[in-house]
Design a protein around this ligand. Structure first.
Ligand SMILES: Nc1ncnc2c1ncn2[C@@H]1O[C@H](COP(=O)(O)OP(=O)(O)OP(=O)(O)O)[C@@H](O)[C@H]1O
Ligand SMILES: [Mg+2]
Length: 464
């Protein structure tokens, strides 16, 4: 029954934890161990476990914090706390905070197994969880920007630093990574937040109309210009102008934009009067502007004017630990939009589905994830939980990575020498298994034979 149940056991008592892990493995669980709260948090960031069994008392980050972090990230996780010497009060407290059950030390293995089985059974039956909603409330961070991975934290810090200034920011990143989200966050955190945020997607408007859209036009300036009209620049006066897909602008328009950035003045199409504006310009692109500069399709001077402060959004595949937060965010967004009653049960995502969502590469980044969540919510029908079968086929079939098994020790590692040791060890084993046949060994290692031979030159003792 427990075959695909991934369980994380956290205890600083090595002997006890190891025995538990062995017996749980024998009982069919996929077990991962953590010897401290810190290790547990790291593993939880990278893998959606079904069950967390944690000692409450841990040196450093204690079990309560581990539990809280686990539930906040994965409302669908089952948390079981282990308490010492009849400290029932702590256990009750943990239950209030969302633990499914507790067990007191010392305990028989069968007791733990029983607690686990009934919690898993409960989860199968559970359709709602009132405490979740409060966990889902907007957390610290910037308006609209979800994500607490290291790259996102760095980015948010950068946004907070640059927002108050009037500096031009160039936001780059693959499609769907959240460039517009970041632009809005900058505006929202800036002193201009009471004024308008005006967005102009340069690729969405035909070239001949883009100029008039940006600068406005006089009546009769061109066919169809039946009245005088303000451009986006004027609309954004005292606020923020967001130029999206700025790489698609023609050279001629780039020249005019450059002048605005330098002088903060321009003329409407078909007028001579010079208009002065106070705008902050934010620009975004998913093309490689530097390359375009070298190819002569983007003005170098404009590039440097725009790129005063560069912000680069990391692709979602480089920050998979943000996936659970984004999933919760989108579930809330969709259900709110679709007018679900505020007291309706929160929709859950099975941990198995979450593992696949975290393992997939997301070429379309956050936007693609958002679409997948929206689709899953529809396919779910009236079921209380999103399951693997509700996910897009390419996500369903993605191989799920194993739970992380390596620990980063408190005093760090020497990565090059560790990698060298692992490499040596695996090469040695591959050679043993293949009776020294280098071609076969190379195949086992996913190497070209010549690469293996090269490596063996540096390992003379293995080479014989
Ligand atoms: N960090 C985030 N937090 C919350 N929602 C996000 C985040 N990043 C992206 N999104 C959502 O993903 C979708 C795509 O984001 P956005 O439009 O900002 O991407 P983009 O980088 O401008 O994409 P494109 O290059 O295709 O224009 C939006 O619905 C947005 O709300
Ligand atoms: Mg965009």
């Amino acid at each position: 029954m427990a075959e695909s149940i991934h369980l994380l056991i956290v205890d600083d008592e090595d002997a006890l934890r190891t025995v538990m892990a062995e017996r749980l493995t024998d009982a069919g669980f996929q077990v991962t161990e953590a010897a401290s709260g810190e290790q547990a948090l790291e593993k939880l960031e990278r893998f959606a476990f079904d069950v967390l069994v944690s000692d409450l008392r841990l040196p450093g980050i204690d079990g309560r914090e581990v539990l809280a972090a686990a539930i906040q990230r994965y409302p669908g996780i089952i948390g079981i706390v282990v308490t010492g010497y009849g400290t029932v009060k702590d256990a009750v407290d943990a239950i209030k905070r969302g633990a499914s059950d507790f067990i007191s030390k010392p305990f028989q293995f069968e007791e733990l197994l029983h607690v686990l089985e009934s919690a898993l059974e409960q989860r199968r039956l559970r359709s709602e969880n009132a405490y979740l909603r409060q966990q889902l409330e907007q957390r610290d961070g910037l308006p609209g920007v979800v994500g607490r991975s290291l790259p996102m934290r760095d980015l948010c810090q950068m946004i907070e630093t640059v927002a108050p200034s009037g500096a031009t920011v160039l936001i780059t990143g693959e499609t769907g990574t959240g460039k517009e989200v970041v632009a809005r966050a900058i505006h929202q955190t800036s002193p201009r937040r009471q004024q308008r945020f005006v967005a102009l997607n340069c690729s969405a408007i035909p070239e001949n109309l883009l100029e008039a859209e940006l600068f406005g036009h006089a009546r009769g300036a061109f066919t169809g210009a039946v009245a005088t009209r303000q451009g986006r620049l004027e609309q954004a006066d005292r606020g923020t102008l967001f130029l999206d897909e700025v790489g698609t602008m023609s050279m001629q328009l780039q020249q005019k934009l450059l002048r605005v950035l330098q002088e903060r003045e321009f003329e409407r199409v078909g007028e001579n009067r010079t208009i002065k504006v106070d705008v902050r310009v934010l620009a975004a692109t998913n093309s490689d502007l530097l390359k375009m500069v070298s190819e002569g399709t983007f003005r170098e001077d404009l590039y440097y004017r725009l790129n005063v402060i560069p912000l680069t959004l990391p692709p979602l595949r480089d920050r998979k630990e943000d996936v659970p937060l984004l999933v919760q965010h989108f579930i809330r967004k969709v259900t709110t939009r679709d007018g679900h009653p505020a007291d309706a049960p929160e929709v859950m995502v099975s941990q198995d589905a979450m593992r696949r969502l975290m393992a997939y590469v997301w070429p379309g980044n956050v936007r693609q994830l958002e679409n997948a969540v929206e689709r899953a919510l529809i396919l779910r029908g009236t079921r209380p939980q999103v399951d693997v079968t509700d996910l897009p086929p390419e996500v369903q079939s993605v191989p799920v990575e194993a739970a992380p098994t390596l620990d980063l020790p408190d005093d760090g590692v020497d990565l090059p020498s560790l990698i060298a040791r692992v490499e040596r060890d695996l090469i040695s084993r591959a050679l043993t298994r293949t009776d020294g046949n280098r071609a076969d060994a190379a195949r086992l290692l996913g190497l070209k034979r010549t690469t293996l031979v090269e490596k063996l030159k540096r390992m003379p003792d293995l080479a014989q």
